[in-house]
Design a protein around this ligand. Structure first.
Ligand code: HEC
Ligand code: HEC
Ligand code: HEC
Ligand code: HEC
Ligand code: HEC
Ligand code: HEC
Ligand code: HEC
Length: 388
């Protein structure tokens, strides 16, 4: 796999990047012919083509993987998408309104539906909300269908203010037409991309279908279709089988895990390099990109700096800064003790604890009402410009 040095941005690298996207984008093969599933997977993508095994649903995994299933069900990733009737945010905030010039936006319950209405007193618009995107740690955005097309609503809910405001990235001007006021009309590929990153292929099928899927990142979003794994493990009760017919991301190179696997949804260095202005300060949301710029990422294939060094993919992140100290000192020396052979990076002259509070600062991009953790680990200079 391509492993661009985070410090090289020459045209050769860019050409190789584009080519590699074209050549190996979205290869997701777990074959039913007895060949090891893992060796078949050369790259991970959330836009997977159809596979040769059926999806079966996360509930089926709980029978044998109880603790992982319990942890995962409570995680934000498992709850990345809601039907309006199941949306905790609508239950807690039944009346939502927002004014932009003459335009009044409202989201109101009607039976077990939630209706998105816009009016300037002369013309008005209303459609039921189809899907609610995001658990709401920072906020929640809505998708509606209007005249056969999908739209991202122009306003979103923000947890910090418990109110509607402009959707991040949406224009903030006063619309001159009703159709402009609705929100962003999504192209077919954009619609697929939204749902692919927030939902899972439906049980009993083999590919993503907009009319039939399971909301949230299920086990199989990350491990691939599970039906064959389950029949295999039921037939081999001792677990002693060479091919378990399921994908374990642990088998990936650390850089591929961070960039290709987590980065398929959280946005890799390659993806962000192709965005205008690298998405500006909003790229603080794109951890795989941010971390790859750190000097700590000097050896991209060092497992101690991959996403799973600090996060269990089945749980939300730990919020205790002390928890991460051991992750840093796996490589960095401390001033208090003799350095182990594996601690080759220099110690901090300033402090020996809560490293992340100074070196992974919290940053709030404009209009998001939420502070993200900057994964570009560095010495932050006072008054510095945000390094893009
Ligand atoms: C009938 C019991 C059973 C069910 C149901 C089951 N598994 Fe497993 N699974 C096992 C056993 C046994 C192992 C091997 C021991 C271990 O790693 O826990 C295993 C291993 C795994 C591994 C590691 C594979 C490796 O090569 O290291 C993954 C990933 C996995 N299961 C995911 C899933 C997912 C996802 C589901 C639901 C779609 C699921 N399992 C359902 C029994 C089961
Ligand atoms: C299929 C897409 C997808 C993949 C693959 C994926 N994520 Fe996520 N992740 C999401 C989405 C969507 C959210 C936002 C969930 C929400 O808050 O609604 C998220 C949220 C998170 C969060 C924040 C949880 C919180 O408490 O707010 C962490 C941490 C995270 N992911 C880590 C990872 C890691 C580590 C990997 C790779 C092992 C990974 N993710 C792979 C889609 C994905
Ligand atoms: C490439 C994958 C991807 C696509 C496409 C995508 N998202 Fe996300 N989304 C994520 C990830 C990863 C997160 C978690 C990190 C973050 O908040 O930026 C997230 C977070 C969110 C959140 C915040 C969730 C929370 O708990 O605060 C909202 C709202 C959201 N997405 C809405 C959307 C909508 C609406 C679309 C389509 C119009 C969309 N997303 C498309 C991957 C994606
Ligand atoms: C966001 C992606 C993601 C989701 C969703 C996810 N996993 Fe995993 N899973 C991983 C990663 C990454 C690893 C490898 C962990 C490591 O390297 O320590 C893993 C490892 C495993 C293993 C192997 C045991 C081990 O510790 O290596 C099992 C079993 C497993 N997952 C089961 C599940 C089940 C069951 C679900 C749903 C309840 C699930 N996973 C959901 C990413 C995910
Ligand atoms: C995989 C090993 C590894 C891990 C894990 C790691 N680092 Fe580093 N870090 C390095 C290396 C190597 C350098 C570069 C040292 C040099 O250039 O001499 C570095 C450099 C730094 C620098 C100076 C860079 C600058 O631009 O100012 C800081 C600060 C730093 N690390 C903090 C941290 C913190 C905090 C953590 C934990 C959140 C961490 N590191 C985790 C290996 C690591
Ligand atoms: C050296 C440790 C470390 C590594 C490696 C790491 N993270 Fe984090 N991550 C953190 C810390 C610290 C937080 C903030 C936890 C808190 O206080 O809530 C965090 C928070 C997050 C969040 C929640 C949103 C936010 O900005 O606070 C997401 C999503 C996330 N990480 C994804 C990733 C992904 C994807 C990777 C791999 C590219 C990764 N992380 C690698 C330490 C790490
Ligand atoms: C209170 C804020 C704070 C905390 C907490 C903190 N640091 Fe630092 N760190 C700094 C500052 C400020 C500098 C720059 C000092 C200088 O240049 O004289 C620095 C410098 C560094 C450097 C660069 C050293 C060099 O030789 O270039 C590394 C590496 C580092 N810190 C790692 C860590 C680690 C690992 C931890 C946790 C064990 C940590 N820091 C905790 C503020 C902090």
């Amino acid at each position: 796999m391509l492993k661009p040095s985070p410090f090289t941005t020459g045209t050769t690298i860019k050409a190789v990047v584009l080519l590699s996207v074209l050549l190996c984008g979205g290869i997701w093969l777990i074959q039913s012919d007895g060949v090891s599933g893992q060796s078949q997977l050369s790259q991970w993508s959330p836009n997977r083509p159809a596979t040769t095994a059926n999806y079966i649903g996360s509930q089926a995994c709980a029978e044998c993987h109880q603790s992982k299933s319990k942890a995962h069900a409570a995680s934000a990733m498992a709850q990345a998408l809601f039907a309006p009737a199941d949306n905790h945010i609508f239950r807690a905030n039944p009346q939502l309104a927002f004014r932009n010039g003459p335009w009044l936006y409202a989201i109101k319950p009607e039976g077990n539906r939630s209706i998105y209405t816009i009016s300037d007193g002369k013309s008005s618009f209303s459609e039921p909300i189809l899907w609610c995107f995001g658990l709401g740690h920072s906020g929640q955005t809505y998708v509606i269908r209007h005249e056969g097309a999908y739209y991202e609503t122009r306003v979103s809910f923000f947890s910090a203010t418990k109110a509607l405001d402009f959707t991040p990235g949406a224009p903030r001007n006063v619309p001159t037409t009703l159709s402009e006021a609705i929100g962003q009309r999504l192209s077919k590929p954009d619609t697929m991309a939204c749902f692919n990153c927030h939902a899972t292929v439906a049980p009993g099928t083999q590919r993503f279908d907009l009319e039939k899927f399971t909301p949230g990142i299920g086990c199989e979003s990350c491990h691939g279709p599970g039906e064959k794994h389950i029949t295999t493990m039921k037939a081999n009760k001792d677990g002693e089988v060479a091919d378990k017919a399921v994908f374990n991301p642990r088998s990936m190179h650390p850089d591929d895990l961070s960039q290709q696997f987590c980065g398929a949804c959280h946005r890799s260095w390659e993806t962000v390099m192709q965005m205008p202005d690298r998405a500006g300060i909003s790229n603080v949301r794109f951890q795989p990109y941010r971390i790859s710029n750190s000097r700590c990422y000097k050896d991209p294939d060092d497992r101690r700096i991959s996403c799973t060094a600090c996060h269990d993919a089945h749980e939300d992140p730990k919020h205790d800064a002390v928890f991460y100290d051991a992750k840093c000192t796996a490589c960095h020396q401390t001033k208090n003790g003799a350095a182990a052979k594996t601690q080759t990076a220099p110690p901090c002259p300033t402090s020996q604890t809560q490293c992340v509070t100074c070196h992974m600062p919290k940053i709030e991009p404009p209009g998001v009402h939420f502070k993200f953790t900057d994964h570009w680990i560095r010495t932050v200079k006072t008054g510095e410009n945000y390094p893009k």
